[in-house]
Ligand binder design. Structure first.
Ligand code: T3D
Length: 257
């Protein structure tokens, strides 16, 4: 099994599972990941996802042995599988946490950065490895990086292919937090459980609003906020949140979406 999917109370854990190759991605794996995301979306009891890697690496990007003989056209065709994966991840109406347990290189780095909240073990590194083999950052790298860390750093990382430590990634705003290696899974699971108990529909709308802000001007974004706020307010979780505040107790959200 190139990926493992485990159900927990309120959320699922997806583990990239080719540790002997630092979880380098194959076409089969990309397809399995898309299927796992679709299944999580269909399951209304699944209110968050946690993505991580087996072994000492998170993901070393495209498995280079799989493309050793590929023509330029075939290289492009492969992205027909990866691009839907990144789009699905962004559009998934539940929060996705990534626990980067070790090196995240190439497409593996950008797969991690496409998740909603990224935690990384202090020993993990992020590497836009593409230029080393004469490629450009894909899987959304050229879209995500300038937005996350600004154009100068995005250019330097893409051209120099130098590793960035988890602590620097956090300091630059590339990820949410760097945590001690031995704390990583405990913190990531606690975060997944916390989000799984949250107002799921509203969290999905947060994703939509933030992603659409990338192409909207302020006026369009204000209109979108109005539309999505009405949608959030129609959900029973808003009534519950409000009632809980007024009654001075923690809310019990249903997570209906
Ligand atoms: O098809 C398309 O459309 C193009 C898509 C491209 C997307 C991309 O992701 S391009 C970028 C691909 N990734 C890379 O270029 C990174 C290659 N890997 C590395 O540079 C290093 O492995 C790391 C910096 C990630 C980690 O280094 P280190 O020293 O910790 O580990 P290692 O010894 O290099 O790797 C351990 C094993 O994993 C090793 O196998 P072995 O020698 O023990 O049998 C190594 O060959 C294998 N491995 C690592 N990365 C890949 C890989 N095997 C296949 N593909 C890999 N990407």
């Amino acid at each position: 099994m190139t990926i493992l999917v485990e159900s927990r109370a309120g959320y699922r854990v997806i583990t990239l599972n080719r540790p002997e190759r630092l979880n380098a991605l194959t076409l089969e794996m990309a397809e399995a990941l898309i299927e796992a995301l679709e299944a999580a979306e269909k399951d209304r009891t699944c209110r968050a996802l946690l993505l991580t890697g087996a072994g000492r690496g998170f993901c070393a990007g495209q498995d280079l042995t799989e493309i050793a003989e590929a023509s330029a056209a075939e290289i492009g065709d492969l992205l027909d599988a990866y691009n839907p994966l990144i789009l699905k991840l962004r559009a998934l109406p539940i929060p996705v946490i990534c626990a980067v347990n070790g090196v995240a290189a190439g497409a593996g780095a950008n797969l991690a950065l496409a998740c909603d909240i990224v935690l990384a073990a202090q020993s993990a590194t992020f590497l836009q490895a593409f230029a080393k083999i004469g490629l450009i950052p894909d899987c959304g790298g050229t879209w995500l990086l300038p937005r996350l860390i600004g154009d100068p750093r995005a250019r330097a990382l893409s051209m120099l292919a130098e590793p960035v430590s988890a602590e620097t990634a956090a300091a630059w705003g590339m990820i949410w937090r760097a945590v001690a290696d031995e704390q990583l899974m405990r913190e990531a699971e606690a975060l997944a459980a916390r989000l799984a108990a949250g107002p799921t529909a509203a969290l999905g709308l947060v994703k939509q609003a933030l992603d659409e802000s990338a192409v909207n001007d302020l006026e369009d974004q204000l209109d979108l906020e109005t539309e999505l706020q009405e949608e959030a307010a129609e959900n029973p979780d808003f009534a519950e949140g409000l009632r809980a505040f007024l009654e001075k107790r923690p809310p019990t959200f249903t997570g209906n979406r």
